[in-house]
Write a protein that binds this ligand. Structure first.
Ligand code: GAL
Length: 340
């Protein structure tokens, strides 16, 4: 009997630990716990593939949290459709609806101060993600957080995929055997902090890794598959037989370039992306994309959700969510190539 009691106690403690680990939140000082929380999420562009993947993971986090904690989560996800004015209105609406916390993927990262003003006045914490507000804005209040996959890291890993391939099999990149790998570059939005950094560090990594590269041309395709496809179509006509590598700031643009090659009946040119979106990973698996750099979407969305839920429940953010300077979370990333 005594042993049985001990066993039950141990089991209960283990269960409690598991629940704490799952919710990620420590118990509040005040014992009055909320039975429901309201989280307002605004996306810069709902049809962006990467953002869509994060959205799906956020929804999963909310469901799991409800089941584990018996706390109802009202997750109100809105699409700003590329308009900062729309996003500002969404923020106002979230505040008037009594949201406990806001998760914002800013349309214009330089215009976050208006949203911060509103949130600060209403004392509602904000978890920004993917498009980084400027530092002065992030420093305005200790209830502002930012979640990202660090751009330099993505780019160095992306460059590494090409360096490894060149070392293993130079002919698969230097297709005409002239001792130089001639590449084209597809870049994201010019105003996005990630685009410039990814381009710079990806190319630098190739050069430092001993790949003899030469840029043919490049262009901004704003992260979009169709825009990238149109650019690639032009380049294939303008530089016939010359393109040997396609460096892309994200997977969707790499897939657009591949679409253009398929239309033109061209194969054998390697493309690399970043994100590890669902279609990006599929393209790696079926050999269309040489490789991608995948950020861990579960942890990315998990960090956004855990911080938001802890703030809403007035609980401490758990130490597993390692915050740099108390507000920045850097999501882990990894290389994905075929047969790995
Ligand atoms: C990047 C991502 C792109 C796009 C963009 C939107 O980090 O790689 O695919 O989603 O964010 O801000």
């Amino acid at each position: 009997m005594k042993n049985m009691k001990k066993f039950c106690f141990l089991l209960n403690s283990l269960l409690l630990c598991a629940v704490m680990m799952f919710t990620g939140c420590g118990r509040a000082e005040n014992e009055t716990e909320k039975k429901s929380i309201r989280i307002g999420v605004s996306l810069y562009q709902g049809d962006d593939t990467f953002i869509n993947n994060i959205r799906g993971e956020l929804e999963k986090c909310a469901k799991a949290y409800e089941q584990e904690n018996g706390v109802k989560v009202n997750l109100d996800i809105q699409d700003a459709k590329g308009s900062q004015n729309t996003q500002n209105d969404q923020v106002e609406r979230f505040i008037s609806l009594g949201c406990d916390v806001l998760c914002i993927n800013p349309v214009d990262r330089t215009a976050a101060s208006v949203m911060i003003d509103k949130a600060m006045a209403a004392e509602i914490p904000v978890v920004f993600f993917n498009r980084q507000p400027v530092e002065e804005d992030m420093d305005r209040w200790d209830q502002l957080y930012y979640i990202e996959a660090v751009a330099k890291e993505s780019a160095v890993l992306q460059g590494g995929i090409v360096v490894d391939r060149y070392r293993e099999n130079p002919e698969s990149l230097d297709l005409n055997g002239d001792g130089v790998v001639s590449y084209v570059l597809l870049e994201g939005e010019s105003s996005h902090q990630d685009a410039l950094i990814r381009t710079e560090w990806s190319v630098k990594t190739l050069k430092d890794g001993g790949v003899p590269v030469e840029k043919i041309t490049g262009g901004i395709a704003n992260w979009e598959r169709s825009q990238a496809s149109a650019l690639m179509e032009q380049w294939l006509e303008k530089y016939p037989g010359q393109i040997e590598l396609i460096l892309c700031n994200n997977d969707d643009m790499a897939l657009g370039a591949i679409d253009a090659m398929e239309r033109a009946g061209i194969s054998g040119i390697c493309a690399v992306g970043i994100d590890g979106t669902t279609p990006g990973l599929e393209a790696v698996a079926n050999g269309k994309l040489l490789g991608t750099v995948s950020s861990d979407k579960e942890r990315y969305a998990g960090a956004i959700f855990t911080i938001a839920a802890c703030k809403a429940m007035e609980q401490e953010i758990p130490p597993e969510i390692e915050l740099v300077e108390g507000k920045y979370y850097h999501c882990p990333q990894q290389i994905v190539v075929k047969n790995q």
